[in-house]
Design a protein around this ligand. Structure first.
Ligand code: SF4
Length: 461
């Protein structure tokens, strides 16, 4: 029934489904005769007015057997407008934002998957309001194997073929290359020319003959592309898509640490701003971090920024002590050792492959610790049939495409990067049409940052 309803929503004129939460099971609200119900929050991009959208929703409900006169009891389907892009409507039969959304965990829980920072009428964010209703009984349904949780489920009826065709037509007309990071939504990955990790994408884009680069990722990635390809505009479809880990290190703080350790070599992960790269000596990726650290003369101190987990993993592999900046990626930090143990118990034959941004105790439990590119290589070459993957959930989609016949399960379903999921196909289409917003790096910063990136390339991939 939910699938049918989602399919109808996607088919409304001027409307597409840009994001959807997982499914939740909720105890009856109206009494035991009602039975448990399934619920989900869906984000729509629509040109319909709130009133026209409401009329369309009532029609869908009635087509699916809903009788609005029945208050409680088996009602088949109930579709409400929770929020309409900040618009407020106060009419007898239509109130936006939905007047009771803040009281209900079954609304806030799925909503928090999509927009945890959305500010509700009370002034609380969705994430804050959720903490007040945790005692209500709501259960998230587990994902099946290979389900790239956010974006769409395997059985999703969302049809992206029309928007994909228009994006591809425009990309050809404008001689644009579309890059998508491995953590992007499946439908965004599907429309890209190249998918991969951040530095690999930037390097391939710089080597291409494209006139314009559209980077479906987060801000530092577009900056890196602008550093490597200064002669072409680099477009980031969602300018608000940042990286909390990159934001954890700033120029002032790093400069102060450098001043305390004047002889130290600064190694910065590519997940940093251009300004931080500019005051670093050399960059690294998650794939080559240990090799970069090994390349530094043994009599020099090393400052590693911004990811403490990647830094301690690289330090261990390279056999070097380092001064670690206390940053972390929240998406990987959420993965706990107990999640690995529980996932292993549920899938005893599966190998555990995690990203080096995970906590040390998580990496210690894994069969392999790999960058995203390394995960693909490992799972392709390895002879196991099932894997538990400890990284952002978008990676499961990429792995299931690249390793047909193998099954992939998330170590935990909480490892979703909200910033990575902000880019939708509709935003890619708008960005291509308008050739904006463009990410730039000033020439002085660019020249210094490029030096750090080039030093890394000289050490090896
Ligand atoms: S997954 Fe982590 S490192 Fe990557 S963009 Fe999100 S917060 Fe940043």
């Amino acid at each position: 029934m939910l699938r049918l309803a989602r399919g109808r929503l996607a088919g409304l004129p001027g409307t597409s489904v840009s994001a959807e939460s997982a499914l939740y099971v909720t105890a009856p609200v109206g009494g035991p005769e009602q039975g448990d119900f399934l619920n989900q929050v869906v984000e729509l991009q629509t040109t319909l007015s709130p009133r026209d959208l409401l009329s369309a929703l009532r029609l869908i409900e009635s087509e699916l057997g809903r009788e609005r006169s029945v208050r409680w009891g088996p009602r088949t389907v109930d579709i409400d407008i929770l929020w309409y892009h900040g618009v407020s409507v106060q009419e007898a039969d239509l109130e936006i934002p939905h007047p009771r959304m803040e009281e209900r965990r079954f609304v806030l829980e799925p909503l928090s998957e999509l927009v945890p920072e959305l500010v509700l009428p009370s002034g609380k964010t969705v994430a804050e309001a959720l903490t007040l209703v945790r005692d209500q009984a709501v259960r998230r349904l587990p994902a099946g194997p290979n389900e790239a949780i956010l974006g769409r489920s395997r059985s999703s009826p969302v049809d992206y073929s029309a928007v994909h065709a228009e994006i591809r037509r425009l990309a050809e007309e404008k001689e644009a290359v579309i890059l998508a990071h491995n953590y992007q939504r499946p439908e965004v990955q599907d429309v890209a020319d190249i998918t991969g990790d951040s530095l690999g994408l930037s390097r391939q884009a710089a080597a291409s003959s494209a006139r314009m680069i559209v980077f479906c990722g987060v801000h530092f990635m577009a900056e890196t592309a602008a550093i490597l390809a200064p002669d072409r505009p680099v477009i980031l479809p969602e300018m608000r898509a940042g990286c909390p880990m990159a934001d954890m290190v700033d120029v002032e703080g790093l400069q102060a640490l450098k001043d305390e350790h004047p002889g130290a070599v600064v190694v910065s992960y590519v997940n940093t701003s251009a300004a931080v790269k500019a005051i670093s000596d050399i960059c690294c990726t998650s794939a080559n971090a240990a090799r970069i650290v090994q390349s530094i003369p043994s009599d020099r101190e090393i400052i590693f920024t911004p990811d403490e987990n990647l830094g301690s993993w690289a330090a261990k592999k390279a056999g070097r002590a380092m001064i670690l900046w206390p940053g972390f990626c929240p998406t990987h930090e959420w993965i706990k050792a107990s999640d690995v143990e529980a996932a292993r118990a549920a899938h005893p034959g599966a190998k555990v492959v995690v990203h080096p941004e995970c906590r040390p105790e998580v990496s210690a439990l894994a069969d392999a610790v790999e960058s995203t590119a390394g995960m693909i290589r490992f799972c392709r070459e390895d002879d196991a049939k099932e894997y538990l993957i400890g990284t952002e959930l978008g990676m499961l989609y990429r792995l299931s495409k690249d390793c047909p016949g193998k099954l992939f399960y998330p170590v935990t379903e909480v490892s979703v990067c909200q910033n990575m999921k902000m880019t939708t196909v509709d935003k890619v289409l708008v960005a291509l049409s308008t050739e904006s917003p463009v990410v730039t790096v000033d020439p002085v910063t660019r020249a210094k940052a490029l030096r750090a990136v080039q030093r890394m390339v000289e050490v090896g991939p």
